[in-house]
Design a protein around this ligand. Sequence first.
Ligand SMILES: Cc1cc2nc3c(=O)[nH]c(=O)nc-3n(C[C@H](O)[C@H](O)[C@H](O)COP(=O)(O)OP(=O)(O)OC[C@H]3O[C@@H](n4cnc5c(N)ncnc54)[C@H](O)[C@@H]3O)c2cc1C
Length: 415
Amino acid sequence: MSAVEKKVLILGGGLAGLACALRLQAAGARPLIFERSDGVGGRVRTDQLDGFLLDRGFQVFLDAYPEAGDLLDKESLDLRAFRPGALIYRTSGRVRMMDVFREPRHLLESALAPVGSLADKLRVARLRWRLMRLTTEEIAGHEDMTTESYLRYAGFSPAMIDGFFRSFYGGIFLERELQTSSRMFEFTFKMFSQGSATLPSRGMGEIPRQLASRLPPGTIRLGAQVTRIQPGSITLESGEQFRGDAVVVATDATTAAGLVSAGGIDGPVWRSVTCLYFAAARSPLCESIIALNGTGCGLVNNVCVPSDLAPAYAPPGRALVSVSVLGTVDSADLESRVLAELEAWFGGAVREWRHLRTYRIERALPRQEPGNGFTGPGFRQAAGVYVCGDHLWSASIEGAIISGLRTADAILKPS
Ligand SMILES: Cc1cc2nc3c(=O)[nH]c(=O)nc-3n(C[C@H](O)[C@H](O)[C@H](O)COP(=O)(O)OP(=O)(O)OC[C@H]3O[C@@H](n4cnc5c(N)ncnc54)[C@H](O)[C@@H]3O)c2cc1C
């Protein structure tokens, strides 16, 4: 059968499922997406509340992502960039650390910032120079270890690792122990050096919405939970059955492991995060930058004000504050504890902030340990079905999209 005639049943309308469907569609095949929730996007969605746009957990799109960048129309996403660097809140006060290659006017301030030594700052520059010249394939071929070991091996001082890398990469890997694969560290460091961390002007949910809008009407079925799969057929919770020429499981890894029980898919250990949103009369930062906890203690890892980058995140005259706490903290007084902590950062104005919503995201990122990711085909063929998703390449938007695209390529390959 030619690719053009193939009907492909895809479970999951996250980025992997959408990318897979788009490539299949472009080649003339007929993808059908079954999504159990009420919208596309999976872990990348945005809610609206009282005129605020709340991303379901703080996350950013790195505009240097090569394959996601090719697939998306970045211009119509109207990406708003964070400044390259961070403000670090320490017990002794606030320190600014910028990427001085892009903001050279902060050279002296960043070089003298009491976070690590001058030698550490030079190591950052050397790392940047080296990684920008490597391809992702070269990075994928590097020996893999924990990011913490990698940084020590690269000569960074404990003061630099504890004072900067733990909170900056803690916010990306959703863990401060830096046990994530050093390949993932090298890849993200390269992406941060080559481009910017951005937010679409109308929220992260615009990314999947844009992809979904390119598929023909009727391709995506929402509220359709798949409970059983077999090679060539799926069954929904409602009992309805569908037949196709191929089945793609583009769910998160835990669900995939349950559905493809004979397929050797590991249900991963997850990195979790809690994201709290507050409405403020004024931005506590007044600039498009990420603020980090450099005290070495407390609940908060990072803070930003999305409405400083993209005004649509808040109604006129208000600011939206996003606070990330690593892990899922199930405490009834979490909001007040976070506010008390942030009063030490931003002063008494914090007492006027209004809590909007807290997202506790148990399954945010599949744990990406050394040796896990950036290898293999980017998908699995198991028990007669294809499995794709961020867990099969890298725990990121780029990883999910790559995995979806490669799965489509495998299906389209003439047999
Ligand atoms: C808080 C947070 C912060 C993050 N930060 C970043 C960041 O800054 N940068 C970055 O690049 N990445 C980040 N990520 C990671 C990125 O969002 C994910 O890697 C990516 O979205 C995963 O996409 P996916 O399609 O593989 O899986 P998912 O998004 O999990 O999609 C799977 C879909 O399958 C559906 N589904 C599940 N079971 C069934 C079923 N039985 N039947 C039908 N449908 C089903 C789900 O509802 C879901 O829509 C972050 C993620 C989170 C949650």
